[in-house]
Design a protein around this ligand. Structure first.
Ligand SMILES: [Zn+2]
Length: 199
């Protein structure tokens, strides 16, 4: 239906999460309407992140130097680690302003069905960090999904063995702020009930 270069652009755009064919077409036509300068600035920005952004050698968060900004910050508590699945999970935790420790990014979650085993994630590095550097608490903030929960249990079991002095905690799950009890699903409500706290 379109000339090959336009088709190619639509195909590439449609790879983005949440972008279907129609949205990809709209974005492609938007790019065609933009000035050369604006459109090429986008191409350049993509090239620059791919060239300059890598992984922090300590925590595997995104970094433009050997260490990420969190690992470079001396004021952060290095005895407190928060384990997340992806670098994008660091941002929501940072936004809470409730966490002042450091991170460890696994690069995914355990999923034997998809062939993701412990050695495919940055788990051995986590166990080393937790047992060597006087770490006192590991907060497991993997997703509340089947694979995220399995990963959390694996981490807790292994740390109990390899670093018994470390306290392993899991994010509490509960009710979304501003929502009514009657709309909560029973799993969320059940967990909120189990994790209830004294007022
Ligand atoms: Zn780091």
């Amino acid at each position: 239906m379109f000339a090959p270069p336009i088709n190619r652009l639509i195909t590439e755009l449609a790879r983005f999460p949440g972008i279907g064919q129609r949205t990809a077409q709209r974005l492609a036509f938007h790019l065609l309407r933009m000035s050369d300068e604006e459109a090429l600035a986008l191409a350049d920005a993509i090239r620059e992140v791919k060239e300059k952004v890598g992984e922090c050698e300590r925590c595997f968060n995104l970094a433009t130097e050997a260490l990420c900004l969190v690992c470079q910050d001396e004021r952060r508590d290095s005895q407190l680690l928060c384990v997340v699945e992806q670098p994008s999970d660091v941002i929501p935790v940072e936004r809470t302003n409730e966490f002042y420790g450091r991170y460890h990014v696994l690069g995914g979650a355990l999923s034997p069905i998809d062939g993701i085993d412990p050695e495919d994630l940055h788990l051995s590095e986590l166990f080393e960090r937790a047992s060597e550097n006087g770490v006192r608490e590991v907060v497991v903030a993997t997703n509340a999904t089947t694979t995220g929960e399995a990963t959390a249990l694996y981490i807790a079991d292994t740390l109990r063995e390899r670093a018994p002095a470390v306290t392993v905690t899991r994010l509490a799950s509960g009710l979304p702020v501003g929502s009514d009890l009657e709309y909560a699903d029973e799993i969320t409500l059940g967990r909120a009930m189990r994790a209830r706290r004294e007022l």
